[in-house]
Structures are given as C-alpha cells and as structure tokens.
Design a binder for this molecule. Structure first.
Ligand SMILES: [Zn+2]
Ligand SMILES: [Zn+2]
Length: 640
C-alpha cells in the first residue's frame, strides 16, 4: 500500500473502531503509522482495539500525545514525582520530544508493576506525556546520555526524515519479473571490511560497511574500505537502507564515510548497537588524531549517521522497501548483535545473514537464535570455520586465564590482554571477577583502559539483551560483577604512566584488540622485553595486524606509539586463550545450520580467511547436500 492509501484506510478504520475519538494528525514514520492526539490515553484504554486497527492495515501503530497538549517539562516532572508512590526512588526523568515520551528511571521497575498499571495511566492522563518506566542503569553511561540529548535536539529533522522514509518504503513496486541477487563488497574470502548488497527488482539494501583493520596505515582516505566503487551501489541514493549487524568496526567503520559521499537513507540496527557504534566511532576518530592517522570522516558525519538510525527490537518485523521485510534476531556475538532475516516479496525468497555469530551460551549472552521461519539462502561467517578450529569450552578458557594470572602473580609479572572494548573485555571481566570471588586467583588489580568501562556501562543499561543469569546479577545491584572492587578504570594519561611503571603483579585489559594502535601499544612497548610478563590474546587476530605478527612468533617489532615509532624486543610469554571468542567454532557453526527448522537450499560462506572459507563451504555442501560456495569480493550471486 502506498503512503496516501495507508493514511486514507487508517482514517476510515479509525472512525469505525474509535468513533467520536479525536486526533490532530495522522502520519507515517518509517514503516509505522503514527497518530497524534490531545487525548492519547483514551486510545490506549482498550489494547484489543489498537490491535484490530493495526491488523486492518498491517502496520504497527504508535499513539503519541499531540505536542500542544503536553504539560511543560518542569510542571510535568513535579506532577510525576507526586503521582509516584513514595517508596519508589526516581533517579532521572528525561523528556523525549521526538516521541512525546517521558522516560522515568527508577531503581526497581518491578515495584511499579506491583502497584498496578494505574500509575502509568494516571501520568499519561494528567501530564499527557507517554510514560516509559526504565531501570536506573547501575553505571551511568555518557554515551547513552549523548545519544538522547542529540536525538532530542534533532527531533524536527528526524520527523521529516522518517516521513520521507515512509513514502519511499511504500512506493509502488515496478512491473515485471522479480529477482534477488547478492553482491559481495567486502569480507568475502577475508576478514574485515564486511559489506554486501542485496538487490531485487525494486530495492537495494546494504548489509554492513566495515573497515579492514589491517589497512589503517596509509594516507588514502578510502584504504581499508569495502568495494564502494562497485557499480551496483551507485547512485548511492538508489540504496533503500543499510542494515548493521553489530557495532564492531570491521562491520561499521565505513558507515559515516557513506554520509560524506551522498548517502542520506536509513541505517537499521538495535538500540545498543547504535550506542556502541557512537562510542566506537568517537574513539576511532580520537585515536586517529592522536596517532596522526587519516580518518576518512569527522564527528559531524558520525552525527549524520546517528540522525539516520532507525532502531529495531529483536524479533520485530519491519518493511524496509516495497518488497523487503527485515527481522533482527539475537546473534550471541556482542551486545545488540544480530542475525538478519530478509523476507523478499510475498514468499519470493528468504535470505538469512549470520553477521558474526556465537552459537553457544556465553558469560554474557544466550546462544544465537535459530528459531527462524523460511530460509532459502544462508550466508554464514567462517572466522573459525577451519578444519582444526575447535575451541575449548568457556570453562577451560576461564581456567587457563586463571592459571596465567596465578603464574604472573608468583613471578610478580604483568598480564596484558588486548581486547575489543566491546564483547571480549566484558567476558574477561566476568571471568576474573568470578575466579577472584571463588578464591581461585589472588587479588591483583585489574585495570581497564580505552573505552572498556564506558562499553561496560552500556551493557548494564540494556539488561534485556544479556543472558538471564547476568541480567539477574546486574539488577540485584549488590552482586553486579562489573562493580567489583578488583576493577580500576584508567581515565587519565597519568594513571596509565603509573601503571606502566608499577612493579606488579597486575592485569591490564586494553584496546585495541588486534594491536593496531590504541592504549595497549603503550603497555606493550614498555613491558614486551620482560620475561616475567604475559601477553594474552583472547580474540581473533586478522592477517596483517600487529597481533597476528606477534602471535606468529615475531621476536622484534617496530611499534607505533603516541611519540613515534619504537623498536621493541619481545621477551614476554605470548599466549592465546581461545574459548573467549565471540565467534562460533566450526562445530557450533554446523550445529546452528542443523538447528534451523527450515533447511536452506544454498549456503554462502564469508568472513573467514580464504582457506577457511573455501574448505568450510566444501564441507557444508557434503554434509547438508546443498549448494555451498565461498564467493569472491565483487562477485554477484543470483539468489533467485
Ligand atoms: Zn564482530
Ligand atoms: Zn566481524
């Protein structure tokens, strides 16, 4: 249905379902219908009626208070505090003009539910703002604050953007035979610069636009980019949308760049992915500046990107073009990471893209979601898809790490763990906290350097995205493992200098995870030649990175630091503890395919080095008797 039709039909149905109830405007934002009313609370009195209306137009309906009816912020806040029961502690009240929502942060949201929902209804009736009760995050996040403030200041612009998006999504489909094809733009037969383009007769959708972590040292602004000069994606405004699987730079690092060369469409992602993305991109720009490295975009381009984000919840299906519907599912890899399901046409073809995926319960997340409807083509990552890539269990990995910390403590050495700020660092924190609590390691200070603490605070703000065990611990405050007193945040260069010259024993978790820059290099260049120390890798080291060179046995390296290059001899013990990986090993990847209820007819393999990708695709075609293939970058595969 086109935009105008949707609005007309909704109007008609409103009169029969809600006779006599007034509204001030009716519009579309993205794929949703939005109704504004001075008496918005009356529309919500009977949820069945809203459901009926939504079904009649096959769209989600959002009921918002008309802005002219909203009670002023100051007065509204006073009234809300009066309405709330006295034993509920409100830590913050935040007004979102974008949606007419008022976010009320309380210590214990369950308590409000126990008081019955009357409180919510009263707030909505008295101050007109739509209340949303959320849990006070155990650790305040500056990033989340920044995203909120920014979206608030951009609410007018965003409304316009979302209305235009609605018109674009609901345009008439073109006549003629449909088709579906996938163009490989990056991370095919390699790891890094992930990007693909799904094309149908009507639509183009890009999945991810990452950077190659090993190609950051040149002066060419587009070095390390996916093949953005491929003709399929031009003109850029022919791309209907971009779906981002998760915030890691090898999937997102070139997204802001697209906004510098003319892209101004939507970026679909989960809310935690949006917040993590802002954190990682800001860090990347800052680091680039301090290391005198060219970054192909500025902070204002990152702001453009955030302005164009459209957040989706897991398991929520949304139209993103005239013939493509998208659903994000938990991928188990990092906070907010998604497996992406594309439903093309009315059952014409179904494509599932794994992104980076972990099919095993981890310290942080549930295993990736395999309960999917139809899948004809499955694109799977293969980072650890090699014949011998079997990872130890998480228990074994935890035990190995504890052993190393005990050994280091005995020799008064230091343990340096290069980590991505997001994902592995939180896993390692949870293990160290547990081992310390159970008395399995001595109390040595654990320093967190380079965005790790801030990334952790974003994790605690989205407990619903964590596994249920951790969610319980975090919400029971006193037992929140991230708040353990073994952790110290490094937030000033002086602190770092003190740690560097400390005699130990101690543990440092520092970014970047593949040692291509970041604070980890400062520690490494000072500690590398001391035999008492350990360097412990807990994540994948891509070809061409400093991490891979060290892991391959390099004895001497020229290391880039803030003050220039330094020649470093490597005398410390280098260890790789594999069970922490956020990626599935070969066994888990295979099990995930087995767990899919609907067996795919075709499996494409990406995000693995050439040997792994090719070998894994052969093994899959034998095991499942399906067409399986590892395409090259720039290839286009016809899906149907
Ligand atoms: Zn990743
Ligand atoms: Zn990746």
């Amino acid at each position: 249905m086109r935009y105008e039709e949707v609005i007309a039909v909704t109007k008609e149905n409103l009169e029969t379902i809600f006779p006599g109830l007034g509204y001030t405007s009716l519009d579309m934002e993205g794929a949703n219908v939005v109704l504004y009313s001075k008496e918005s609370h009356k529309f919500l009195e009977d949820p069945e009626k809203i459901k009926k209306l939504a079904q009649s137009i096959r769209k989600r309906i959002i009921i918002r208070p008309d802005s002219s009816s909203l009670v002023g912020e100051k007065e509204a806040e006073e009234q809300i505090r009066k309405i709330m029961p006295e034993d509920v502690t409100i830590s913050d009240i935040f007004f979102e003009h974008d949606s007419g929502e008022v976010l009320i942060e309380v210590d214990d949201p369950e308590r409000i539910q126990a008081y019955n929902s009357q409180i919510i209804a009263t707030i909505r009736k008295d101050v007109k703002w739509a209340p949303r009760i959320i849990r006070t995050p155990p650790i305040k996040s500056a990033t989340i604050r920044m995203v909120r403030e920014f979206l608030k200041s951009e609410s007018e612009e965003r409304r316009k953007f979302l209305r235009n998006l609605a018109k674009r999504i609901s345009r008439d489909p073109l006549p003629g035979e449909n088709y579906a094809r996938l163009t490989c733009l990056g991370a095919w037969r390699e790891v890094g610069r992930a990007s693909s383009l799904l094309m149908t007769k009507n639509s183009k959708v890009m999945i991810d636009c990452g950077i190659d972590p090993s190609a950051v040292d040149t002066d060419d602004p587009a070095s390390g980019a996916p093949y953005l000069n491929a003709p399929e994606i031009w003109p850029l405004n022919s791309v209907d949308g971009i779906v981002l699987t998760h915030a890691h730079m090898d999937h997102s690092g070139f997204l802001p760049y697209l906004f510098t060369i003319g892209y101004d469409g939507p970026v679909y992602l989960t809310a935690p992915t949006r917040d993590m993305l802002l954190l990682l991109l800001m860090d990347y720009i800052k680091l680039g500046m301090s290391e005198n490295r060219k970054v192909p975009y500025k902070m204002e381009d990152v702001r453009s990107l955030i302005r164009h984000t459209v957040t989706l919840n897991y398991n929520e299906t949304t139209d993103i073009s005239p013939d493509i519907r998208v659903t994000l599912r938990n991928a188990g890899h990092i906070l907010g990471s998604s497996v992406v399901h594309f439903h093309i046409g009315e059952g014409f073809h179904n494509l599932l893209m794994s992104g980076d995926i972990k099919y095993m319960n981890s310290w942080l997340f549930n295993a990736a979601d395999s309960r999917l409807p139809r899948v004809e083509t499955f694109v799977t990552e293969s980072t650890y898809g090699g014949r011998s890539d079997f990872q130890p269990s998480r228990q074994e990995a935890g035990e190995r790490l504890a052993q190393i910390v005990r050994l280091a403590a005995e020799r008064k050495g230091k343990v340096l763990v290069p980590v991505f700020a997001v994902g592995r660092s939180q896993e390692v924190m949870l293990v160290l906290e547990e081992k310390y609590r159970l008395g399995e390691i001595p109390k040595v200070p654990v320093y967190l350097d380079g965005m790790i603490y801030e990334a952790t605070s974003i994790h605690t703000a989205y407990p619903e995205f964590l596994n249920s065990n951790l969610r319980d611990l975090i919400t029971r405050k006193k037992e929140n493992p991230f708040l353990s007193d073994i952790f110290t945040r490094v937030d000033a260069p002086e602190t770092r200098e003190n740690i560097v010259s400390d005699v130990g024993p101690l543990v440092v978790l520092a970014t970047s995870g593949m040692m291509n820059g970041g604070p980890v290099m400062e520690y490494f260049s000072n500690w590398a030649n001391d035999e008492r120390n350990f360097l412990v890798f807990v994540g994948y080291q891509a070809d061409g990175t400093m991490g891979r060179r060290i892991l391959s046995g390099a004895k001497q390296l020229n290391v880039r630091r803030n003050d220039g290059f330094k020649e470093v001899k490597i005398g410390l013990t280098v260890e790789s503890v594999d069970g922490f990986s956020g990626h599935s090993d070969r066994r888990q990847l295979t099990k995930y395919i087995e767990a899919l209820e609907f067996k795919p007819k075709r499996i494409l393999v990406n995000h693995g080095d050439e040997r792994n990708a090719v070998e894994f695709s052969r093994a899959l075609s034998i095991k499942f008797g399906v067409e399986s293939y590892a395409p090259y970058n720039l290839e286009t595969v016809r899906l149907r």
